[in-house]
Design a protein around this ligand. Structure first.
Ligand code: CP
Length: 335
């Protein structure tokens, strides 16, 4: 394959082909599309095994002893980058955090030459976040068989480990996905979190999935699961919901803010608050992937209330990333 080949967005079939080994084992994690209910449930079960009560010593293992994990974040991150680093260290790996701002990419080195450099240093897993759609699959096509690529956030397309940690958080609170009503609220159009969550929820059997956004932030119909409802009224979206997930406006991906309400208007129409949550199921949980803009997409006191599971999402993220790292390394060993 040519090194000057353009970066294109892989279809579901190609991504599935890339990310699964012949025996169904996970070689890369590029997307939740193409993973079946059993494969997702197995990752969630494995993640559960790494969870401990707050205050207890964290789970550790040597599953990645002798392995090297490189974090390559070409976009900002707090939660995902830190939790991949902790996850890899708790599994006994050597961890490299490439500082992109002081790397030779600033001198014009291509992304593939950067990848080949780290591959030559015997890196086993590369965790990649990039603003350009198609980058994780592009890298996965080029690395050799000893390297796994984990998508840590790809443009507005995909954030599969976020999707998994959201599923784990919902499962721990609701026991099952059967019969759940889930409302995802905010900038659906530009949200990779919404896409991965929606893909995972539909695969796990959620039939009442509501995507609630201002008209200017309506998702592209091709990105919406056929069974999901697209709504523009937050009260309708939240009514009877078991799970309400608020999203921030992805300003970094919006070239033209025309038609997007100002902050006060947005909070009044699309802010998830305690008053609106009275419309939801009595035991509804409130989620947010972070980073939060308190007072814009979510009321600050709601984010800190008993209904909020936002800090649990963060905690579950480390366990999910441990499960994914262990899975790709295990599948390589089983070849
Ligand atoms: N949820 C999420 O991806 O957060 P970070 O951008 O901080 O990693």
């Amino acid at each position: 394959m040519s090194l000057t080949e353009p970066i294109t967005i892989a279809g579901t079939a190609e991504q599935t082909d890339l990310q699964l080994r012949g025996d169904g084992g996970l070689r890369h994690l590029l997307t939740l599309q193409g993973l079946d209910r059993g494969q997702i449930a197995a990752l969630l079960d494995d993640a559960e095994s790494y969870l401990r009560e707050p205050g207890e010593p964290v789970a550790r293992s040597e599953a990645l002893a002798g392995r090297t994990v490189a974090n390559l974040f070409f976009e900002p991150s707090t939660r995902t980058r830190a939790s991949f680093e902790l996850a890899a260290k708790r599994l006994g790996a050597d961890v490299l955090n490439l500082d992109v701002n002081t790397s030779s990419r600033k001198k014009g080195e291509s992304i593939l030459d950067t990848i080949y450099t780290l591959q030559a240093m015997e890196t086993d897993v590369m965790v990649v976040r990039d603003a350009q759609a198609g980058v994780p699959a592009y890298i996965a096509r080029h690395v050799n068989d000893t390297v796994s690529i984990l998508n840590a956030g790809e443009s507005d397309l995909s954030h599969p480990t976020q999707g998994l940690l959201d599923l784990l958080t919902i499962r721990r609170h609701k026991s099952s996905f059967d019969g759940l009503a889930v409302a995802i609220v905010g900038d659906i159009a530009h949200s990779r979190v919404a896409r991965s969550a929606a893909e995972g929820l539909v695969t796990m059997g959620v039939e009442d999935l509501r995507l609630v956004s201002p008209p200017a932030l309506t998702p592209d119909p091709g990105s919406v699961p056929p069974s999901a409802k697209v709504l523009h009224d937050l009260d309708d979206g939240v009514r009877g919901a078991d799970v309400v997930m608020a999203l921030r406006i992805q300003r970094e991906r919006i070239a033209n803010l025309d038609g997007i309400p100002g902050i006060d208007e947005y909070f009044a129409s699309f802010g998830v608050n305690r008053e609106r949550m009275k419309l939801a199921a009595p035991d509804a949980i409130v989620m947010h992937p972070g980073p939060m803009n308190r007072g814009i997409e979510i009321e600050s006191t709601l984010a800190d209330s008993a209904a909020s599971v936002i800090t649990e999402q963060v905690r579950n993220g480390v366990a999910v990333r441990m499960a994914v790292l262990a899975s790709v390394v295990r599948s390589r060993a089983a070849r």
